[in-house]
Design a protein around this ligand. Structure first.
Ligand code: PLP
Length: 413
């Protein structure tokens, strides 16, 4: 369904935080890659859980049964969001990083010293650190090189994957540069050597419809707070795969997938919010099923974000003293996330973020845990980059305010 300026203005009314002003400046939330704002429906679902159903699961009384039903309903809704066959492939955790560490412990038990894991220089540390830690067990970790243009080097990718590779772990989209990576290439290379494929969809999931079945991935992780929900990590594992893995779990914990990687009591209220967030996204789409509405909504929202991102990219690049990092927007929607990073001659990213923040323009500076990418691009010494993230509720007025702010800073330098 088309998502235009009119839909954007309408959706803005659903997000209470967008009404906030500080020192007379309306807050422009351009910090989506670090977490989006939540609509009223999500807030109501979380509060509603505490008001009516707050209980632990698997009890023989009404509020516990409500909680059981809610958890299973949330799994099914997330499955629709991911394109997974069912909620049985969907596990929850504290956040993506924690789930990935848990998964790394389980996969390490299937590996021997000398086995190899391929990661990338572009990835967030959450999809590097857990794998790099396995070097302590004699596992060899290889890195796919990042090119100066912000894309992964496909030839190097082919070189890094060897007959000893057991896992390829790659992000679908970069939270620092907006690059969308070639998942088909990663699948082909990993498949040729019989390795698992793990995709970090944390940045990607906020902007594009996901389809784990079409991606043919073994694992995929994302985080609901990046797509209008609360802080909950999500893991998809290919049907039958998680059940075979030796996860960190208590003996009394359910052995079956998807539960066997879920430790302790989950955040039930937040899970109510995850379901509400996906239902909210679906409400912007059309179609006979939740899945169809999600895909339709994400296509429309993605196109809106892409247009705003392309406008910002082109306009900011034209300001003297500004360098834009990462790919341009010539690629189609779906091939470029609406996240744009810049540096300014003579102004550190931190000073720029402070000055913009004082005008209510909430942008991030630094490396955003994509520290290796920032290092490889030679930007670590000066404090990384200034990152602008665009999501469904950002409008042209906010981008123009940001352009004015950047122009002023560049002019003063
Ligand atoms: C691309 C990417 N991967 C992983 C993560 C980590 O997610 P979480 O905060 O849920 O652990 C982030 C968070 O910023 C991210 O942007």
């Amino acid at each position: 369904m088309p998502f235009t300026a009119a839909e954007c203005e309408k959706c803005r009314l659903d997000f209470p935080a967008l009404g906030r002003a500080v020192d007379g400046h309306p807050l422009a939330f351009l910090d989506g890659p670090a977490g989006t704002q939540v609509p009223e429906a999500v807030i109501a679902a979380i509060a509603g859980y505490y008001r009516t159903s707050n209980a632990n699961t698997h009890g023989e009384f009404p509020t516990s049964r409500d909680s059981d039903r809610l958890m299973e309903a949330t799994r099914e809704t997330v499955a629709a969001f991911l394109g997974a066959p069912s909620g049985r492939e969907v596990s929850f955790g504290q956040n993506m990083t924690t789930l990935n560490f848990s998964l790394s412990h389980a996969l390490a038990r299937e590996m021997a010293p000398g086995d190899e894991i391929v990661i990338t220089q572009l990835d967030h540390e959450a999809n590097r650190g857990p794998w790099l830690a396995l070097r302590e067990q004699g596992i060899v970790v290889r890195e796919v090189a990042l090119r100066p243009d912000g894309r992964l080097d496909a030839e190097d990718f082919a070189r890094q994957v060897t007959p000893r590779t057991r896992l390829v772990a790659m992000g679908l989209a970069s939270n620092a540069l907006g690059t969308v990576n070639d998942a088909a290439l990663a699948r082909r290379l990993s498949r040729e050597v019989g390795a698992w494929l793990l995709l970090d969809a944390v940045h990607y999931a906020a902007h594009f419809p996901l389809d784990v079945t079409a991606l043919d991935t073994d694992f995929l992780l994302c985080s609901a707070y990046k797509f209008y929900g609360p802080h909950v990590g999500i893991l998809y594992a290919r049907p039958g795969l998680l059940a075979r893995l030796r996860t960190d779990k208590l003996a009394v914990q359910d052995d079956a997938a998807p539960y066997r990687i879920e430790t302790g009591t989950l955040n039930h209220a937040a899970l109510a919010g995850v379901k509400a967030a996906i239902d909210y996204i679906a409400s912007w789409g059309t179609g006979g099923s939740e899945r169809e509405r999600i895909v339709s909504a994400m296509r429309g929202i993605g196109a809106w974000e892409h247009a705003l991102g392309a406008y910002y990219h082109e306009s900011v690049a034209a300001i003297p003293g500004v360098t834009v990092h990462g790919p341009d927007f010539s690629a189609a929607t779906g091939q470029r996330a609406p996240t744009v990073s810049i540096t300014l001659d003579g102004v550190t990213p931190n000073a720029a973020a402070c000055a913009l923040g004082a005008r209510g323009l909430q942008v991030w500076d630094g490396h955003f845990y994509a520290a290796r990418a920032i290092e490889v691009l030679g930007l670590a010494g000066q404090g990384g980059v200034i990152r602008t993230g665009i999501v469904m509720y950002n409008n042209l007025k906010e981008i123009d305010r940001l352009l004015e702010g950047v122009e002023e800073l560049a002019g003063k330098a």
